[in-house]
Design a protein around this ligand. Structure first.
Ligand SMILES: Cc1cc2nc3c(=O)[nH]c(=O)nc-3n(C[C@H](O)[C@H](O)[C@H](O)COP(=O)(O)O)c2cc1C
Length: 171
């Protein structure tokens, strides 16, 4: 059976929840999946890998970046996908340069060089704001934009990954 490792890097937990949803969708599609904190990754024994990181100040978290660079040779040999999570707030209010804060270009470049099958940005969340900066951002934000994670979008993306890995159609 095709085994997928879903690696996540999360400071406050919302990316972890996205990784869990992706893992559950892959299992629902007939694959096996482990969801693993990037900090715990020493090697990747899998048929395919998904790596996701929360984005802070336009950057991936260090431990996710390390997985990408330190596991480069493994990733080169198997199908893998990456996702970034972050954008919160009113999408209408995003400025023109918002793009560069969503998905670090050097991460996409490195992943592309390793043969990444796809990369995507999922909305982020400040709902369980724990840090002082998070709380300040959340306070100034209308409630409906504090959690922009779209679970249907996340599940559909994971199903696409499963399909590319040959999961039985309609499972
Ligand atoms: C100080 C701070 C900086 C942030 N910087 C970015 C950013 O540059 N780009 C982005 O898309 N989201 C940014 N965010 C939003 C977070 O990425 C979002 O809250 C995400 O869901 C956090 O994931 P986590 O709960 O897994 O840590 C920032 C949030 C905080 C508190």
């Amino acid at each position: 059976m095709t085994h997928v490792i879903v690696v996540y890097a999360s400071k406050h937990g919302s990316t972890h929840e996205i990784a869990d949803a992706i893992g559950a969708e892959l299992v629902g599609a007939g694959l096996t999946a482990d969801v693993v904190d990037a900090k715990e990754v020493r090697h990747l024994e899998a048929d395919a890998v998904v790596i996701g990181s929360a984005v802070y100040m336009g950057r991936w978290r260090r431990e996710a970046k390390h997985v990408l660079s330190r596991q480069a040779e493994t990733l080169r040999a198997i199908p893998f996908w990456i996702f970034s999570t972050g954008p919160v707030g009113d999408p209408e209010a995003e400025t023109e340069d918002a793009e560069r804060w969503l998905e670090p270009a050097h991460i996409v470049d490195l992943a592309t060089e390793l043969g990444v099958r796809g990369h995507v940005v999922f909305g982020g969340s400040l709902t369980d704001a724990q840090g002082s900066m998070q709380r300040m951002m959340a306070k100034n934000m209308p409630e409906e934009f504090r959690d922009r994670r779209d679970w249907d979008e996340i599940r559909a993306w994971a199903r696409g990954v499963a399909t590319e890995l040959g999961a039985p159609v309609g499972s």
